[in-house]
Design a protein around this ligand. Structure first.
Ligand code: SF4
Length: 228
């Protein structure tokens, strides 16, 4: 990671070269900047597809080593609801889609209970490549990958976000609070109302949490109904 001094020197060098327009491309590092690309005439679907292809071979963190498929996101590019999980697991790594396998099937049933489905929501994770052994993504891996998710949120522009699991909640809300403290209240990410609940994989391991998860979904859905 470059120091502030190195970044300043880098920016001064660019200015001396007459380069005045820089853009904060996710993943851009000093030495790899480019003039801003104009995506303004693209619809959300094309824009996301273009970015997915652009980042698919990312090597910004060590998780690239275990990647079979880059898991960018899935669902409706115009969704009012965005669901954010933690990281791809084994099945996601094989298929290139978030929330597949048993946890994905449970997610489908959970959102069906609040009258949503994969066609109406957009789903993404904090990191786009599978951590080895399904361990939690490390802070440096989350930081490296987060610009991709923030960019997705800025394109989709959801009206409300559901953060599933502690990793998603702590990363996006920049907090160390427990899931118990974060549930059952509204938070805001970039001004977007956001709720926190259990990750479906955690519910598969601990069925006792299904009832509180249902309480979370009901609260989330009530707020969602007020927005549409
Ligand atoms: S997890 Fe994210 S930052 Fe790390 S290599 Fe994959 S796409 Fe790049």
């Amino acid at each position: 990671m470059p120091s502030i001094k190195e970044l300043k020197q880098y920016l001064e060098t660019l200015q001396n070269l007459g380069i005045k327009e820089l853009y904060a491309e996710a993943g851009a590092t000093p030495g790899s900047t480019a003039r801003e690309e104009d995506y303004s005439n693209l619809d959300n679907e094309s824009h996301l597809a273009l970015l997915e292809a652009k980042y698919a071979n990312c090597t910004k963190c060590t998780l690239a080593a275990g990647r079979i498929k880059f898991v960018y996101g899935d669902g409706n590019p115009e969704a009012k609801v965005m669901i954010i999980g933690e990281a791809p697991g084994e099945q996601e790594n094989l298929m290139g889609k978030p929330f597949v396998g048993k946890a994905g099937e449970l997610l489908d049933r959970m959102i069906a209970a609040i009258h949503l489905d994969r066609e109406t929501v957009y789903i993404a994770n904090i990191v786009k490549c599978r951590p080895p052994g399904n361990r939690d993504p490390q802070p440096e891996e989350r930081i490296a990958c987060l610009p991709y998710l923030v960019e997705q949120i800025s394109i989709v522009k959801p009206k409300i976000i559901l953060m599933m699991g502690l990793v998603a909640a702590q990363t996006l809300l920049a907090t160390n609070q427990s899931l118990g403290n974060l549930r059952q209240k509204v938070h805001f990410f970039e001004g977007i109302p956001s709720y926190v609940s259990y990750h479906p994989a955690a519910l598969l391991r601990n069925p006792n949490w299904k009832l509180p998860a249902w309480e979370d979904l009901k609260l989330f859905y009530q707020h969602y109904l007020n927005l549409i």
